[in-house]
Design a protein around this ligand. Structure first.
Ligand code: ZN
Ligand code: ZN
Length: 278
């Protein structure tokens, strides 16, 4: 599997000088098979705009593209109206979203509302692509590539205002775990540790320092320390920290990365454009 980060920022995009190394676009990750024949997308923050442009530039053709959502807060859906392949009438886009007893009708509604005329000039039904809305129990078959490489996808609901989901993607004996927008609370969520167990790569959010977390209780996020704890408890091989706070500039994040590496060496902070193969 190959991963590319198109958006690493949490909460709100930033374009200021001093934030360009780690990047200003909100959460979006491209997941691809090693031969790049099959891709899937995790979250549709503003980073998905560049991802869509890249797919067009590469001439990438894939009948059905899956976008899996951790949840639907703005920073995870904001780029969706600007995803160029969504305007291609020959494109089929599978929106994979989860739970909370939602019906498929409800899932469609989330995007219809985002694209309603008061907010955006083009409504969902007029974008062009065909959209399918699916629950997680269908996830595995929709991550499985055109080359029929078996991909197993499991998800875990974790604590976040309104709920959010972490994903574990297993393919060819390799394991990726993507877990963002999680507030562990007083102790580390053991279900998240189990989801991440033995992963080749864990992508975990780290929006706050331990001090910041104390005054941001209930905001739904983790500290660097908690992300490192999950990595250690789960015995993961590599760790990428993401969902950077929009107030944390490059100087700050570089310093945090250094501190994190002193404790857990195979750890980096996600930068926009970072590519990792597992
Ligand atoms: Zn977020
Ligand atoms: Zn959120």
């Amino acid at each position: 599997m190959k991963l590319k980060f198109y958006g690493t920022r949490g909460s709100a995009p930033v374009c200021d000088a001093g934030f360009q190394e780690f990047g200003g676009n909100t959460t979006c990750v491209r997941l691809a098979s090693s031969d790049m024949q099959t891709i899937a997308i995790l979250d549709a923050g503003t980073g998905i705009r560049n991802l869509g442009k890249d797919l067009l530039a590469m001439g990438h053709k894939q009948e059905r593209v899956t976008i899996a959502f951790s949840h639907f807060h703005w920073d995870h859906i904001q780029g969706f109206p600007f995803f160029a392949p969504a305007y291609d009438v020959s494109q089929n886009i599978v929106i994979l979203a989860l739970g909370q007893g939602r019906t498929i009708r409800n899932l469609r509604e989330i995007f219809e509302v985002q694209l309603q005329a008061q907010y955006f000039p083009v409504q969902l039904d007029h974008m062009g692509a065909t959209f399918e809305f699916l629950h997680i129990d269908k996830a595995s078959e929709h991550f499985t590539g055109v080359d029929h490489t078996i991909t197993k996808v499991t998800a875990n609901r974790h604590n976040h205002p309104g709920g959010a989901y972490g994903y574990r993607v297993e393919q060819d004996g390799k394991v990726l775990v993507f877990c963002t927008d999680i507030e562990h609370g007083d102790s580390i969520d053991q279900n998240v540790v189990e989801l991440a167990r033995g992963a080749d790569l864990l992508v975990h959010e780290a929006q706050y320092t331990t001090e910041e977390l104390k005054i941001k209780k209930g905001w739904g996020h983790s500290s660097y320390d908690q992300a490192l704890q999950v990595a250690e408890m789960a015995g993961v091989k590599r760790l990428v920290l993401t969902h950077h706070d929009p107030d944390h500039d490059d100087v700050f994040l570089r310093r945090m990365e250094q501190l994190c590496q002193e404790r857990f060496q195979p750890c980096v902070l996600a930068r926009e454009g970072l590519e990792i193969e597992i």
